[in-house]
Design a protein around this ligand. Sequence first.
Ligand code: HEM
Ligand code: HEM
Length: 156
Amino acid sequence: MNLELSPSVKYWSNFFHPILMWVLLFASVYAAYLGLQVQRTRNAQGEEKKELIKGRYNVRHYQIGSIILALMISGAVGAMAVTYINNGKLFFGPHLLVGLGMTSLIGFSASLSPFMQKGANWARVTHILLNFALLGLFAWQAISGVQIIQRILTQA
Ligand code: HEM
Ligand code: HEM
């Protein structure tokens, strides 16, 4: 299949995914901060707890988490589409595999939400482990992603 897109559309479509993913990387660090505040709120007592509850960290964490979930999945699928349109194939390399792995991880970790809200400790522990693994992979993915951009720029 050969889609008839103009060369400049094809070229510029390469930058959408990297920019989105950098934004999501910072959003994920912020989500981690909010999540840790949720934990602090749960463990705090007395006046401190009252103060922390006012921060509505649980609501804000859930909201930003949902946005990250949606954009990470569509961002990964979109990158595969762009790669296919530009090259007629996917590159079966670490960035693709880690990307698909991350997409699965975040789906799994988000699906634990109703269980965490019921107070299940196993769900919380699993959520935290999965998401800190996700952050580590994200940092790595940013490095391999920038290497891909450098390749695209030197080809042009
Ligand atoms: C800051 C981080 C990232 C950068 C700079 C980056 C950069 C890139 C670039 C330049 C491409 C080539 C396709 C295109 O130009 O659109 C690409 C492909 C891809 N990226 Fe990323 N990416 C990053 C993070 C991620 C993350 C977090 C995921 C998944 C959750 C992901 C999944 C993919 C996938 C699945 C492909 C298609 C690879 C292929 O088929 O060869 N990327 N990325
Ligand atoms: C980078 C990603 C994320 C990190 C680092 C992270 C981290 C955390 C942490 C540390 C907690 C606190 C657990 C506790 O109370 O001890 C938490 C709770 C929670 N997270 Fe996440 N999370 C992330 C993404 C998500 C996503 C994608 C969703 C769902 C869409 C989500 C939904 C929740 C929910 C519902 C809770 C329970 C809040 C409550 O107790 O009311 N998180 N997360």
